[in-house]
Design a protein around this ligand. Structure first.
Ligand code: PMP
Length: 410
């Protein structure tokens, strides 16, 4: 099966928008991907026909909303092949999912002198919650470095994992470099030392088929808005054995079983971790986004995006004074770059004037920038609705900016 690009692009209304009178070229998919009408229509339908708070009602509307939200949980379960649907916790996004684990798992399993291992290429969302936990518990944060190609130095794992290591948190795909990390190998090694692993899949669920059971991941987190779904919704997958032992993180709403002023008993999974009214219409939207992606097929999506990446990389390499950050053998469809002598903000702002949306700055991964001794990069990230023609527009745009700055491009 191949991508029917014209049909797909019709599903994403925003792709036909004009920016400053020019056709939009959207290459900021790693920050937020666009949402097809199949998702927005479902959400609108729920707002217009079935909206009512879930779990607490006996009436028709509440039951319809509850059914929609719980079906969405089952869609997520199947999407990542979790053993049980109650291992899927809905959160606001990747960041909240990591914070939940850092707080709750941290409360349960981490004491003074224990160690938490993260990698040097993590997004701040997979660093700061662990750092806060370590400060609170007087634990130690250790870092697995990467080499100058942007590949994790797995040979350092044996010395970094000690009998005090309580958890390893690592991304599947780096949002700043595009590196696809060998997470199965990492999980297997960590497990051989009895260390559980959290996988930040914020940049991978939209590109790669994930099977949490085959990976044997202990926790896996991602966001809806990078998976062609709505904002404000994300997922924490956790193995039942950990989630059962972990204490609730926030109190209130559906997470209780019984409340008295003396004592509260907590609800069972997954509700124990879902305090307050959940973003149930976004949950339903996320379910629709999963349906959409699965109808195309992640294998088809991945193959097409790799084609875009190869095409773009070759064109980028032909631009004089171009440096690509992140040249790992296994890479996802994004290119982080700088042209010598041109500040990333100037490049980003001038491309914007041409209708081309790219991201500039640290990409919330300051340690990656520190590694290379730079302050930021320009990042172009591609989705399955992008085309080679759009990449040509980007390349022409970069060459134009280079000319404006007098860089030797032609
Ligand atoms: N981890 C990675 C690898 C990311 O790319 C992002 C988003 N840029 C996050 C975590 C945080 O995701 P969110 O802002 O949706 O919580």
């Amino acid at each position: 099966m191949t991508i029917d690009i014209n049909k797909i692009r019709h599903d994403f209304l925003i792709l036909s928008e004009k920016i400053y009178g020019k056709s939009l070229v959207y290459f900021d998919n790693a920050a937020t991907s666009q949402t097809p009408t199949q998702v927005t229509d479902v959400m609108l339908e729920y707002y217009n026909k079935y909206n009512s708070n879930i779990h607490r009602g006996v009436h028709y509307l509440s039951n319809k909303s509850t059914e929609g939200a719980e079906n969405a949980r089952i869609k997520v379960q199947k999407f990542i092949n979790a053993e049980h649907s109650h291992e899927v916790i809905f959160t606001r996004g990747t960041t909240e999912s990591v914070n939940l684990v850092a707080n709750s798992f941290g409360e349960c399993y981490i004491s003074e002198g224990d160690e938490v291992l993260v990698s040097e290429m993590e997004h701040h969302s997979n660093i700061v919650p662990w750092q806060m936990l370590c400060q609170r518990k007087k634990a130690i944060l250790k870092v697995l470095p990467f080499n100058d190609n942007g590949e994790l130095m797995l040979e350092k794992l044996p010395e970094l994992i000690t009998d005090r290591t309580k958890i390893l948190a690592v991304n599947h795909i780096s949002n700043a470099l595009g590196t696809t990390n060998p997470i199965k190998e990492i999980i297997d090694f960590a497990h051989s030392k009895n260390v559980p692993v959290l996988i930040d899949a914020a940049q991978s669920v939209q590109h790669k088929k994930i099977d949490v059971q085959a990976l044997d991941a202990d926790f896996l987190v991602f966001s809806g808005h990078k998976l062609y779904g709505p904002t404000g919704i994300g997922v924490l997958y956790g193995k039942e054995k950990y989630l059962n032992e972990m204490p609730p993180w926030q109190g209130g709403g559906e997470m209780i079983q019984e409340v008295t002023f003396e004592k509260t008993t907590y609800n069972e999974l997954p509700f124990k971790f879902e305090a307050g009214t959940p973003n149930y219409i976004a949950e339903i939207g996320l379910g629709a986004a999963i349906d959409y992606v699965e109808a195309i097929g992640l294998d088809v999506i991945d193959a097409y995006e790799q084609e875009l990446l190869d095409y773009a990389t070759e064109k980028f390499q032909a631009i004089p004074n171009m440096k690509i950050y992140g040249t790992a053998k296994h890479k996802s469809s994004l290119i982080s770059f700088l042209v010598e002598g041109i500040h990333f903000y100037d490049m980003g702002m001038l491309l914007d004037q041409m209708g081309i949306a790219v991201r500039t700055g640290t990409h919330c991964a300051e340690p990656v920038m520190t590694h290379f001794g730079i302050e930021g990069t320009v990042r172009a990230s591609f989705a399955f609705y992008n085309t080679k023609e759009e990449i040509d527009v980007l390349i022409a745009g970069i060459e134009k900016v280079c000319k404006m700055f007098g860089a030797k491009t032609v």
